[in-house]
Design a protein around this ligand. Structure first.
Ligand code: PEP
Ligand code: MN
Length: 253
């Protein structure tokens, strides 16, 4: 996050937890673009805890991503958890991918994804593993870097611990700091949405990330969070995201 005259400027990635339908995607993306967001996130393949929950629209959402890219000029990114997701994304012109917290906890799967992504020139973002295990987190990055993936960026999304009250995932900032000191050259963003679990708790987490000089924020935003098919309680409308940035006293870079 860089300082400039007047307000601080932050780098921000935002978009819905899940791509649900074309109008939800376009409407959300338009709202975010009006705020100045340049990178749009949306999950197409959703790893859900319980069987039978909405698992994402899959490849059906790729044309919506392409439309957002072409019509609105936003960069678009989605989560990949299997090599076949990488293949689908490469065919469709998605700009960047991220590896989620459940996948980054699995060394074999990270290696499979690294293999599928190597040589593609794709920017790969990776979240910390769900468990508070810094060597496992470091190992996931090493697997990507050793495959020759040059543009690796990191997302701190908190950890699953026995008591994370009041948050959904405990931020354990000291672990994140240990990790960052191991890879000082890698951009590290904070995902306050998955840490907070509730939109009312986003502000202090964003402020803490700002004070720790994270490189940016990775936030879930939905045009109508109340009816979102996943992570409803933690998503904010683009308008409310704008208000949050105002309260933080920052502008989007
Ligand atoms: C997400 O970003 O929507 C997601 C599934 O996150 P995580 O892997 O951090 O749980
Ligand atoms: Mn989510």
């Amino acid at each position: 996050m860089s300082e400039c005259v007047g307000k601080k400027k932050i780098s921000l990635v935002a978009g819905p937890c899940s791509a649900e339908n074309r109008s939800q995607m376009l409407d959300t993306a338009r709202g975010l673009k009006a705020l100045g967001v340049q990178v749009f996130r949306a999950g197409l393949w959703k790893p859900r805890s319980r069987w039978g929950n909405f698992e994402g629209v899959g490849e059906k959402g790729l044309p919506w991503m392409a439309e957002i890219r072409q019509e609105l000029g936003l960069k678009v990114m989605t989560e990949v958890a299997l090599p076949r997701h990488v293949e689908a994304v490469l065919r469709s012109g998605v700009d960047m991918v991220w590896i989620g917290a459940r996948t980054s906890a699995n060394p074999f799967m990270v290696s499979e994804l690294a293999e599928a992504l190597k040589g593609t020139g794709m920017t790969v973002w990776i979240k910390n593993p769900i468990c508070p295990d810094v060597p496992l987190w470091i190992g996931a990055i090493e697997r990507l870097l050793n495959a020759g993936i040059r543009d690796v960026r990191v997302i701190h999304r908190g950890f699953c611990v026995v008591d994370s009250t009041p948050y959904r995932n405990a931020p354990l900032w000291e672990l994140a700091e240990q990790f960052r000191s191991h890879f000082p050259a890698l951009a590290c963003y904070c995902d306050p949405s998955h840490i907070a679990g509730k939109r009312e708790l986003l502000l202090p987490i964003c402020e803490k990330a700002l004070s720790l000089h994270f490189d940016g924020l990775f936030v879930e935003s939905h045009n109508c969070p109340e009816v979102a098919l996943s992570d409803s309680a933690q998503q904010v409308t683009p308008t409310d995201l704008g208000l949050l940035l105002n309260r933080m006293g920052v502008l989007i870079e």
